[in-house]
Design a protein around this ligand. Structure first.
Ligand code: T1G
Length: 674
């Protein structure tokens, strides 16, 4: 497979990177580009060179799969330096994605022509890295320090027009004229004489701009190493000669590359892409068309799921049993869109277009022409089986019927229909229009094409999909259960709820178990009629402490929903502990962390033992994208491996009598700990 192609356009040499799927700048590509640029120097018939990309993009950057392996020559920094030093102009022709090294190479060129589709970014910080091929030195010299820091520390791309306005590109030409435009620009550059070298420019804004950025954004950098290193490297662009700034950038890059955070973030990057693959999927299992979607239920989940499809341009028929609930559901969708529009996420026209794709109805029959119907009704098996029986009778043959259930048995739901092959779970996470994770639950009889359809649809929706087998809670919630059980046990044994939450917050979770309980509502699945007043949760619910929505739960909340520990809750805990004869003691952070996290890891290993998850990295994807597990530790299974499975097994043994079944080590985990 050729890595580049070259062609002469008169006196201009055109080099096209051709390395599917993303034109990654791997060793062979770098070598070929370097040879082509060098040959152009010696060719009297060539006055300039253009570098472009084949397919839908210019380049997704350095080849991340090469990291951690011996680097092939020339390295990307060396190639960029050679391009910049070229005696004849080298011009970049940019379209589609130009990320990372896929932008650093153009930065070292003597000019950049872009098509409107170009998206230019340096996302290395999202991999725990920094632009390591001159990006921290050359971008500030083109767009100024402030703009460069915004791009490098956020990792977010900008479009062609913004790039033109910022001075990052010299021309924007129509898509079909990109090559011709770049060739003409290259010829003009040659006629102008010596190439304009980016490295010879000054970085506008100076140290003051670095200090201003640090003062404004410093605190928001969180516990990650890369952002601070990015700022330090950019400071070098204003304080050091180019060669020294490049050398410092290299040292900082190598440090980050070898660090735990980048290894974890690179794992998470590839894990997310691997999750999209279904092991053993027959070649003929092609995704079915989905052009119209039905949603049963206009509550919080139904509305959020509806928004997910509406925002992707897919029409939705949303059904509710009674007018009031339906109107409230539609109003909630509109208010969510309008709130997002205020934040610039949607334009008013986009909001109206999305609302125009929504058809709220009271009759199930309106779902008959849907290609997919997602049920988001009350979490009770009897309710769902009744709904699926009706959908089976109403919907057209071949329509897919999915449940958004968080826990329940998809096979039992499928058995309520005459089409079990077309039934599966699509478990969205609340708020469904925001959270990226989608658990796609395959029933015993779910057909491969139906599964492939859900996975393809997830990508269209911008979701990260993970396949799960059928069990109580699938992957994420099944692992949440032992963690919650340990949290509940720990507060009876003497740990304060705020200490349990603190340990999780310090680990990097966005909130602790009791904060989560208050946010979700303590009365999920609880009713006053059935309450026995035996558990802490029962008593809190009976006393009206049902979570943030009632202003108090495990914590007391002020008008801004800031939480403070509650003496009433402490008294309830002590009362229940006494009643259960639980001896109270002081419990350290290490025990809290081990009992919460090791029990989760052990459950994850059991999920793998049972074939519920396809691979360990899928479990990591679930927890990073569904529950906010810090990606800088790679997810529960990657983290456990970094801790050492022997230490996890020893921890489970140490807390064996407290963990109950959750402490019974999985065979897989024991085998890994040997
Ligand atoms: N290297 C190697 N493989 C890559 C890759 C890369 N840079 N980018 C994507 N892939 C693989 C990916 O794993 C998947 O493989 C396939 O390509 C399609 O990816 C020195 C150090 C470019 C916007 O961080 O953001 O340059 O699963 O499903 O949705 O300073 O991929 O098919 O086997 O994501 O069309 C910096 C990362 C690198 C960009 C395309 N660059 N990639 O999205 O396809 S570090 C990045 C992306 C660097 C220098 C530094 C996206 C994309 P498989 P995909 P997509």
């Amino acid at each position: 497979m050729p890595m580049i192609s070259t062609a002469r356009h008169g006196d201009v040499l055109v080099v096209t990177v051709d390395n599917p799927p993303v034109n990654a700048l791997g060793t062979a590509v770098r070598r070929a580009i370097g040879e082509a640029v060098t040959s152009a120097q010696a060719d009297a018939g060539i006055v300039a060179t253009v570098i472009g990309g084949a397919g839908k993009l210019f380049s997704g950057g350095a080849d991340i799969t090469e990291f951690g392996k011996p680097g092939g020559e020339p390295g990307l920094p060396e190639l960029c330096d050679a391009v910049e030093a070229s005696a004849k102009p080298v011009i970049a022709a940019l379209h589609g994605t130009c990320f990372g090294g896929g932008l650093e190479l153009p930065l070292s060129c003597h000019g950049r022509v872009a098509a409107p589709s170009a998206r230019l970014g340096l996302p290395e910080v999202k991999l725990g890295l920094l632009p390591g091929a001159g990006g921290t030195q050359r971008l500030p010299r083109l767009v100024g320090v402030a703009r460069a820091l915004d791009m490098i520390v956020s990792g977010d791309p900008i479009g062609a027009d913004a790039a033109l306005a910022a001075g990052l590109v010299d021309r924007v030409v129509p898509e079909a004229e990109l090559l011709a435009g770049a060739v003409a620009f290259a010829r003009d550059a040659a006629a102008r004489g010596a190439p304009r070298r980016t490295g010879e420019r000054e970085a506008q804004g100076g140290v003051a701009a670095v200090d201003a950025f640090t003062a404004a954004k410093g605190r928001a950098l969180g516990g990650r190493d890369a952002p601070a290193a990015c700022i330090r490297a950019v400071r070098g662009a204003v304080e050091l000669p180019l060669a020294d700034g490049l050398a410092q950038e290299r040292r900082l890059f190598v440090d980050l590359l070898g660090g735990a955070q980048s290894k974890a973030l690179r794992h998470a990057f590839f894990a997310e892409r691997a999750a999209n693959k279904i092991e053993g999927l027959p070649a003929d299992a092609k995704p079915l068309k989905v052009e119209r979607v039905g949603i049963v239920g206009a509550g919080t989940m139904g509305g959020g799921i509806a928004m997910t499809f509406l925002s992707a341009g897919i029409p939705v028929t949303m059904v509710e049993r009674e007018r009031g609930a339906l109107d409230r559901g539609v109003a909630l969708i509109r208010s969510n869109y309008e709130r997002s529009a205020k934040r610039g996420r949607f334009t008013p026209d986009e909001v109206e277009a999305a609302m125009g794709r929504l058809t709220p109805v009271l009759e199930f029959d309106a779902l008959h022409d849907c290609d997919l119907v997602i049920e988001a009704a009350f979490e009770l098996l009897e309710v769902k089986t009744e709904i699926f029986g009706r959908l089976d009778r109403i919907c057209r043959p071949g329509a897919i019927l999915a449940s958004n259930t968080s826990y329940l048995d998809i096979d039992a739901i499928a058995a309520a229909t005459s089409r079990p092959g077309s039934v599966l779970g699509m478990h969205f996470f609340s708020p469904a229009n925001v959270m990226k994770l989608l658990e796609v639950v395959r029933g015993a009889r779910t057909e491969p094409a139906v599964l492939a359809t859900a996975m393809a649809l997830a990508k269209r929706l911008g979701k990260v999909a993970v396949v799960s087998g059928v069990c109580h809670g699938f992957i994420g919630n099944r692992m949440l259960n032992p963690r919650q059980a340990q949290a509940n046990a720990l507060i009876l044994e003497g740990a304060a709820p705020e200490d349990v939450d603190r340990v999780m917050l310090e680990f990097g979770m966005p909130m602790g178990p009791f904060q989560m309980a208050d946010l979700a509502g303590l009365d999920l699945g609880w009713t006053a009629e059935t309450s026995k007043g035996e558990t802490v949760r029962d008593i809190l619910c009976e006393r009206g402490r049902r979570g943030q929505k009632t202003g108090k739960g495990f914590y007391d909340y002020d008008v801004d929903r800031r939480r403070t520990p509650s003496d009433e809750v402490k008294a309830v805990i002590a009362e229940v502990a006494a009643r259960q004869g639980v001896a109270r003691r002081t419990i350290g952070d290490d025990e809290i962390r081990e009992r919460l996290l090791y029990s989760m890891v052990n459950e994850g290993a059991k999920i793998l033992d049972e074939g519920i998850a396809q691979r360990a990295s899928d479990i990591d994807v679930v927890w990073i994208n569904g529950y906010g597990w810090p990606a800088t530790t790679g997810g529960p299974m990657f983290w456990a491996e970094s801790v050492g499975f022997d230490r996890v097994a020893a921890g489970l043994a140490r807390h064996r009598d407290r963990l109950g079944d959750a402490g019974e080590p999985s065979p897989r985990l024991l085998s890994r700990s040997a």
